[in-house]
Design a protein around this ligand. Structure first.
Ligand code: ADP
Length: 491
């Protein structure tokens, strides 16, 4: 049985709960608020302003002014980089407040939050370095012309982010957008609005001019939807559920906005019998249970070579049973709560469905305790490819073991999904490793490792896991328009 530790009482102070528009903290146009929770206890920790279409409009107008006429518009690229560097330093200086609040509001373990916040600073620093290196080209056109390209900001970008990595997702979106000179209207997830607001405070402290960074809190169906249909928003960058992306794709059609999406996955994690088995068990464990499975790259389809299956499942189950599930603020905790009652209920619903459809529940499957939203690390064996637990993104600590006999069969099954975000393989055979890496349909492939994501490397999905790539140089393409300038040269 996974063990539950009691939630601690100490909580960080919550100072910001309003929207940040034009470098001012403002309440909603209609005074509306929504409650945000501590998922470890289910208790309300703050009331946050709930954005309306009027709030979005106000933020978009501020962003438009900033990008067209404000000091941001005239600022040297190097100085945009300096502001991003400054913000990264402030993130480091305020890392304790940020990570405590991240854990309080999202249920992430404190160790994971500290790692995320260090990653936020790294991401901002990386894009700070890009700000004055975003270059066009000269092009050897036919005739007496000089042609060159300019890379210019897209303009006002709407950014909508989810609750699983609240501050990290913010950084992935702010970093490249700001390096390229855009102005931002961001809507954080309604479940986890708090750290974004701290970041807003730090952005003002760093010296970002009014209107460059705006934050409107609230629900997806109201504030998020208003951002997607606003005629003066040039682009929407979205991370979240594939069904929401479909709504956004339709909502942005009338104004033909640029869009980029980072969506879900049902990632195949493949274990061959020739792998280092202990490393592979550790890797498969981390792949699914990191952040309680609330990870778009979670290794939720565990393909295990048939002859290794019993030994592997036994070792994995032993580790799962020993996982410490409990108070995210306790450094000894390995897995915190799921983010919300809704998510917990969804996960437990899938566990029931897995059993109903005939999969074998090896371990877990229960709620832990009766307070907060904790779920046991869960393993299903004997899973068939077409069962719901093997096809749907559960977004929880539930892994499906899918035995396979040979490479070709495994590859065909691994690719038989609408998703294509990540994939992994564990083997000592370099032929198998590279053949898989080449043929699996996924934006990220890990060989003998899992969840290694770095600011410097492109990240995104094949198929319905997304459009576009975040991180690395690739993200600059999401936030720039390419302009061709041609000059007649009179000899
Ligand atoms: P999750 O299942 O991870 O909560 P969602 O896609 O529902 O994923 O949420 C991700 C983000 O999308 C959140 O900020 C949410 O408020 C926002 N969102 C949800 N519905 C819409 C919508 N119709 N239009 C715009 N944004 C939305």
């Amino acid at each position: 049985m996974a063990t539950a530790t009691a939630p601690r009482k100490s909580t960080p102070a919550i100072k910001q709960t309003k929207h940040l528009i034009n470098n001012e903290w403002v309440a909603s146009s209609d005074g509306g608020k929504f409650e945000t929770f501590n998922p470890a206890t289910g208790e309300v920790i703050a009331e946050v302003s709930a954005g309306t279409a009027a709030d979005i409009d106000r933020a978009v107008k501020a962003a438009r002014r900033a990008v067209e006429t404000g000091p941001w518009n005239k600022m040297d690229a190097a100085d945009r980089g300096r502001l991003l560097f400054k913000l990264a330093e402030l993130v480091d200086a305020n890392a304790e407040e940020l990570s405590m609040l991240e854990s309080l509001n999202s249920g992430k373990t404190i160790g994971d939050s500290q790692g995320d916040i260090a990653g936020v600073a790294n991401c901002l620093r990386y894009y700070a370095g890009w700000a004055d290196k975003i270059e066009g080209r000269t092009v050897p056109v036919r005739g007496n012309f000089l042609s060159y390209t300019l890379r210019q900001p897209v303009g006002v970008v709407g950014q909508i982010i989810p609750w699983n990595f609240p501050c990290a997702m913010l950084a992935w979106k702010w970093g490249p957008a700001l390096a390229c000179g855009n102005a931002i209207v961001m809507k954080p997830a309604e479940q986890t609005p708090l750290t974004a607001l701290i970041m807003g405070r730090l952005a003002m402290e760093a010296g970002f001019p009014a209107g460059v960074i705006n934050l409107v809190n609230g629900m997806g169906e109201t504030a998020g939807a208003a951002l997607c249909t606003h005629p003066d928003v040039d682009k929407i960058a979205f991370t979240g559920h594939v069904d929401t992306a479909k709504i956004i794709q339709k909502a942005t059609a009338d104004t033909l906005k640029r869009t980029s999406y980072e969506l879900g996955g049902k990632s195949p994690n493949v274990i061959f019998a020739d792998a280092n088995i202990d490393d592979a068990v550790e890797g498969a464990f981390h792949a699914i249970y990191f952040h309680g499975g609330q990870c778009c790259t979670a290794g939720s389809r565990l393909f295990v070579e048939e002859k290794l299956r019993d030994e592997f499942v036994e070792k994995l189950a032993k580790k799962a049973k020993g996982r410490r599930v409990g108070d995210p603020m306790d450094p000894a905790t390995q897995q915190g709560p799921q983010v919300s009652q809704e998510q917990m209920d969804k996960i437990l619903g899938y566990v029931a469905l897995g059993q109903k459809q005939g999969a074998k529940l090896v371990t877990g499957g229960q709620r832990v305790g009766d307070r907060g939203f904790f779920v046991e690390p869960t393993i299903f064996d004997g899973v068939k490819d077409e069962m719901a637990i093997a096809t749907d993104e559960i977004f929880g600590p539930v892994v499906s073991v899918l035995p396979f006999k040979n490479f070709d069969e495994m590859l065909e099954r691994a690719n038989r999904t609408h998703y294509g975000l990540a994939a992994a393989i564990w083997t000592k055979d370099i032929d198998k490793a590279h053949l898989y890496a080449k043929q699996v349909k996924a934006g990220t492939v890990w060989v003998n490792c899992y969840h290694v994501v770095d600011t410097t490397t492109p990240f995104g999905g094949f198929k319905m896991s997304g459009h576009g790539r975040e991180n690395g140089e690739a993200a600059l393409d999401l936030y720039t328009e390419l302009k061709t300038v041609t000059v007649k040269l009179n000899p």
